[in-house]
Design a protein around this ligand. Structure first.
Ligand code: 0RA
Length: 637
């Protein structure tokens, strides 16, 4: 490798530009996080996105059709496209080959490539040169001008000049790279992570064909969706019950902003609206989403009024979005991103474009499709009515909303500490385990709320009916931040909310029900990292007076070895099998316990996960859980 490096340096002739390029790559290797976010598995997969995005740009610009992605047997990745090919040949200004510039100069890609609506160079788009800098080895092959050109690199430094290695009638680019293990915590690519990204990309670019193959396992898939975002919405609704089909599709352009929008209502109560700019996901929304929401509320209200379906009431945004699944995909030149994570579109022209376009097109759609319009308006009116009914019931009974009620649930054994930052709430499955937890806890800062069996499935219940459930009301009052869109994380009474269930199927189900409640109705609680899963031990290994608690099979085996002949292994089936002291020692004592923080990794996948987990369809459930649960919910120790 050193030899190659030196060769590369000699060939570069130490001109001023080479030094600038080297400095750039050095900066990337010194602070990779600045360019790809992180050096963990997420950052690693980012490398693939970067190269694939360049191919997708060629598709969007109309020059390419197919992007092929391979995870090779040796763990490297190859991305091939049939676009124009990265330019090859001496660049007179810089005295260097254009291919080498694109792969070594942080800013060269943009100079050569004038595609207006590109993905690469967008939110995370950093160019192939960054992938090159972070690869211990990279091979670029370009078919262009009737020839096959090739250049190889080590840690971003060319091994030698661009060579011609054959002839070809076609055009395209093939990049093979080996991520540098001295940079990344892991260099193992995961099929499911890449699969999800490619599927979304294919939905958003209906022209694109993305072929994906894992040569380590032989698994392969072709993503190509002629139905575009409309098919995307149908896919997202696959385990929900749509109340009209196909989705409403609105496609057009205003002020240089291209819009591709699809909406479909379901019989559920959640809204799942995902917005994209130049195929980049904007989880925090921004201008395009604001325009979409404003226009949706306005247009549905107008239709209702004009058709005598709404008398003296006005639908609110939440009414017209209940049960709605939608994709808002726009393309615009030079989008401006805002916010800490640059996940929000700032460009205000997008708001104007989307709202003006939708005002016109959605009204037109309703006129031409009165049957669908009726379904939509009825759904929104029913949301409004139940919202109103809930409000009236509150006023009538002077409950002053359960939120303000000062009396804590009788079942709650609260702690004495009042500073929420120091307090923990254990939500415990079953009255008997609840009893042990109450005796075993440190009452200064640990509160216990026992739950009787399974709580209401919030995925299927009307939001205004949730508080009819005693268990959910208890949870809400104990936690103290309210529920639904009024949830206020600054009011919570405990910074650690710990779900403690048995390590069996029922326990897992109860845990998921509680997690669904938190994710759907107290989202900031999850997003701000307040939710934990307790980790009771699976085994107790003992011999005489010595005992070891084991949390995994491996730990158990190790403990048996440690205690030697005659060691006694007992398996804990439920929390109830532990006495208060044992529960404290193994599961509740901050000094010795194991606990996992629940983190939502991917909000789009999370919505699918919860609707699939808690919905009616058993069919897609197993498969999806197996494939995605670990990506959606990251359980950090
Ligand atoms: C710069 C300029 C042009 C294309 C590209 C870069 C390009 C980069 C990549 C990376 C992967 N696949 C790619 N395909 C193209 C435009 C060249 C022209 O004008 O012919």
């Amino acid at each position: 490798m050193d030899g190659n490096k030196q060769q590369g340096l000699r060939d570069a002739e130490y001109n001023a530009d080479s030094i600038v390029a080297l400095k750039g790559l050095e900066a990337v290797r010194k602070r990779p996080g600045m360019y790809i976010g992180s050096t963990d598995s997420r950052g690693l997969h980012h490398l693939v996105y970067e190269v694939v995005d360049n191919g997708i740009d060629e598709v969007m610009a109309g020059y390419a059709k197919t992007v092929n992605v391979y995870i090779n047997e040796d763990g490297s990745v190859t991305v091939n496209d049939d676009g124009r090919g990265i330019p090859v040949g001496l660049n007179k200004e810089e005295g260097k080959d254009a291919l080498e510039m694109c792969l070594t100069d942080l800013h060269a890609g943009g100079k050569f490539n004038q595609n207006a609506y590109k993905v690469s160079g967008g939110l995370h788009g950093v160019g192939v040169s960054v992938v090159n800098a972070l690869s211990e080895h990279l091979i670029a092959v370009v078919e262009r001008d009737g020839k096959i050109h090739r250049q190889t690199y080590h840690i971003g430094i060319p091994d030698g000049p661009v060579e011609t290695i054959g002839v070809s009638e076609r055009t395209g680019t093939t990049i093979t790279f080996y991520p540098d293990p001295s940079i990344f915590e892991t260099t193992e690519f995961e099929y499911e992570v890449l699969q999800n990204r490619f599927r979304n990309q294919a939905f958003l670019n209906k022209e694109a064909v993305i072929y994906f193959e894992d040569k380590r396992t032989g698994r392969s898939e072709k993503f190509h969706y002629e139905g575009g975002v409309s098919e995307f919405v149908q896919y997202l609704n696959r385990s929900k019950k749509p109340i009209h089909d196909p989705p409403i599709a609105l496609i057009g352009e205003r002020y240089g902003v291209y819009m591709d929008i699809a909406l479909q209502y379901t019989d559920g109560y959640n809204e799942a609206i995902d917005a994209f700019v130049n195929t980049i996901y904007t989880p925090e929304g921004g201008a395009h989403l604001t325009g979409f929401r404003a226009s949706l509320t306005k247009t549905i209200n107008s239709y209702g009024k004009e058709n005598g379906l709404l008398k003296d009431t006005t639908l609110e945004g939440t009414d017209v979005r209940e049960g709605l699944t939608a994709i808002v995909s726009i393309r615009m030149p030079d989008p401006q991103f805002e916010g800490q994570t640059k996940a929000k579109l700032g460009s205000s022209i997008a708001q104007k474009a989307v709202s003006e376009f939708m005002n016109e097109k959605l009204a037109e759609f309703f006129l031409e499709n009165p049957a669908v319009a009726n379904i939509v308006i009825k759904k929104a009116i029913s949301a409004l009515e139940s919202r109103e009914a809930a409000r009236k019931a509150r006023d009538a009974t002077r409950r002053k909303s359960v939120l303000e009620s000062s009396s804590l649930p009788g079942k709650l054994a609260d702690c004495s500490e009042k500073d929420p930052a120091k307090c923990e709430l254990y939500i415990v499955e079953g009255e008997s385990a609840g009893g042990s937890a109450k005796q075993g806890r440190d009452r200064a800062f640990q509160a216990i709320l026992p739950l009787r069996g399974k709580i209401l499935n919030v995925e299927k219940a009307r939001p205004d009916k949730l508080l009819d459930s005693e268990e959910i009301k208890n949870l809400m009052i104990a936690i103290g931040g309210g529920i639904g869109k009024d949830f206020d994380v600054s009011k919570i009474r405990y910074h650690n909310v710990v779900i403690m269930t048995d390590a069996d199927v029922d326990g897992a189900h109860i845990g998921t029900l509680i997690l669904t409640l938190f994710y759907r109705q107290m989202k900031p609680l999850v997003e701000n990292g307040h939710v934990f899963l307790a980790m009771p031990p699976l085994y107790r290994v003992s011999k005489g007076k010595k005992e070891i608690y084991a949390y995994t099979e491996a730990e158990m085996a190790k403990a048996v070895e440690e205690l030697g002949q005659g060691a006694n292994v007992s398996r804990y089936k439920g929390l109830g099998e532990m006495n208060p002291q044992q529960l404290w020692d193994t599961t509740m004592n901050p000094e010795t316990r194991m606990m996992k923080r629940v983190e939502i990794e991917d909000s789009m996948l999370a919505d699918q996960l919860f609707s699939i987990l808690m919905g009616d369809d058993v069919e897609p459930r197993r498969e999806f859980i197996i494939e995605h649960a670990h990506e959606v919910i990251n359980l950090d120790v």
